[in-house]
Design a protein around this ligand. Sequence first.
Ligand SMILES: [Zn+2]
Length: 251
Amino acid sequence: MIPLRRSPEPSKLSSQRAERLEDARMALASGEKIDFDGYNEPEIKKQLFEDQSYKCAFCETRQEQARYNDVEHFRPKSTYWWLAWTWENLLFSCVYCNRDHKKTLFPLRGSSQRLVAEELPPGGELPLLLDPYDASIDPHSEIEFRLGHVADRERWQPVGLTARGWASIFAFGLDRPPLLDKYADHVRDLVRPRVELFQSALENTDRATALAAWNRLCGSLFAPRQDFHALSRAAIAILLRDEIREYRLPL
Ligand SMILES: [Zn+2]
């Protein structure tokens, strides 16, 4: 997971909210089910898709098309119905993170108080899940990747550095077996070859050429639409260790 920046709310969402929140209140008052359409209109989905550089907010897997994936509610609409059309509560997620894992999970720290109906976040809530759009959160200090081995194969395992980091790994399924395979492939096929190019530039050339090699490494692995920035960052830090003391890793 990496920090994300949200663009201004699409006008389509504010018009949907104005209309549908009122309908939701009336439905609740008359004991009917709330109609939750309207938050996933193409314009809204497209904006989230672009804000996230076509990647899932949780696992950072690049998605080919927005229409195959979900607009996810960080606070689930089944509990927080009044936030179903709130821009700050929407994320773009792959179907695996959303439908197979997070679903309607939204754990809180034991000492905190869940919002009451129509109360706006954060109120007294201390969520146990990481919101990548929350500017006060640095996901790199909550989850890191560690290198291990299973049989002869490398395994890049996400581990929690905090209770919130662990809860997020579990809730979003960031250590599910298909993702662990993708992490290993990513490091083997993309990170290692670029790391080796940088190392040979360090050994054989002057500082300016080494810096150019570093910039090429970062430019390719941290291109906005490239998968798994958090993993690349961790893998570079582990594979290059002392050699990159003078270089800064992108966020
Ligand atoms: Zn995902």
